[in-house]
Design a binder for this molecule. Structure first.
Ligand code: PEP
Ligand code: MN
Length: 343
């Protein structure tokens, strides 16, 4: 159960309230975010306890539901949140505003030369964020796991040579610390959406987090995962729909296009779509990307490879730089039709 408190409540009063609830046997947590103060109480009898507290001084609202989220919800923050990545005045992109943001790059950084030359093409296409994965969470331990720490230098070179912002994935706390000063956006992949320890840690890292929906997770579970980041101090969260597991096997996953307007309705956080992992097929990337923009996505993440058939990973779903150009060109038209532009 979540209690929305008066943010002006004195600290002494807050502590006394928490202590009183703890003495009654409840687990409590006090969180401050978006200028709001939130107190959660967990334990048997919490609803009756919240009813008793209702109307008490300093308690503004009681949010029902045991496993809920509040900071990620529209109830907490009515306007769309803008998540900024990069440097103000320099290359800065804003997620959640009028512009839909395109993120492009390979599934994994394979070689320095290949990654840098692709980054130039990504930039020429008009894209401002490069996805350069060096820590790969692969289903099989025998598959290419990414260049690891050695890849950081390549990401730095791409940034210096092209000015593109860098998005990269981390799988644990150690990797998060390694990339924190190099990446502009840190990705949590589908397999780690429920790695709550990692989310807690990333809550304290001053970088925007791209949080991908777990392949078997509901919209509510995704929002609860986002709540972890918010409750642990990081307000810069971008949600990503990347397909969920269904009985359909023609596509690798099923893109839940309905998740886009649903998330926009439930949450103030920006929502982007990854049609590459969702479909697993390069031929489907363009139509799904356009559908995502039409459905109101705040951006797209696309896997691009100069020679998809020779990629170390996810070649089947990677599009060529020419196909990437085309998605951007068509994407501009779809974005315009729904009152947006493309960044
Ligand atoms: C990725 O974006 O590189 C990736 C592995 O995606 P997902 O976690 O959605 O499978
Ligand atoms: Mn991939």
């Amino acid at each position: 159960m979540i209690l929305v408190m008066d943010p002006g409540m004195e600290e002494k009063q807050q502590q006394e309230l928490c202590l009183m609830l703890q003495k009654k046997g409840f687990y409590t947590r006090l969180v401050s975010q978006y200028g709001q103060l939130v107190l959660s109480i967990d334990g048997p009898g919490e609803e009756a306890c919240a009813r008793e507290l209702s109307g008490a001084k300093g308690i503004v609202e009681i949010i029902p539901g045991r496993y809920s989220y509040y900071l990620a919800s529209r109830r907490c923050h009515r306007k769309n949140s803008l998540v900024r990545a990069g440097r103000p005045g320099g290359n800065e992109v804003v997620f959640g505003g009028d512009e839909a943001v395109i993120i492009g790059g390979p599934c994994a950084v394979e070689t320095e030369e290949g990654a840098i030359s692709l980054a130039h093409k990504i930039k020429e296409a008009g894209c401002r964020v490069f996805r350069g994965m060096i820590f790969k969470p692969r289903s099989s331990p025998y598959s290419f796991q990414g260049l690891g720490r050695a890849g950081i230098e390549i990401l730095d070179k791409i940034k210096v040579e092209t000015g593109l912002l860098i998005l990269t994935e981390v799988r644990d706390q150690l990797e998060a610390e390694m990339v924190a000063d190099h990446a502009d956006i840190i990705q949590v992949g589908t397999r780690n959406m429920s790695n709550f320890q990692l989310l807690r840690h990333l809550g304290q890292i001053p970088r925007p987090i791209l949080l991908k929906r777990g392949m078997g997770s509901s919209i509510e579970e995704l929002l609860c995962a986002a709540e972890y980041l918010l409750a642990h101090g990081n307000a810069d969260v971008i949600l990503c729909e990347r397909g969920i597991r269904t009985f359909e096997h023609f596509t690798r996953f099923s893109l839940d296009i309905g998740a886009v307007p649903s998330l926009k309705e439930l949450s103030h956080l920006p929502v982007i779509v990854d049609p590459s992992h969702a479909s697993g097929r390069s031929s489907l990337v363009e139509p799904l990307a356009l559908a995502a923009l039409a459905a109101g996505a705040d951006g797209l993440m696309l896997e691009v490879h100069p020679q998809p058939e020779a990629a170390f990973s996810d070649g089947a779903q990677s599009i060529s730089p020419d196909a990437f150009d085309r998605v951007i060109e068509l994407g501009r038209k779809v974005a315009a039709a729904v009152g947006r532009t493309l960044a």
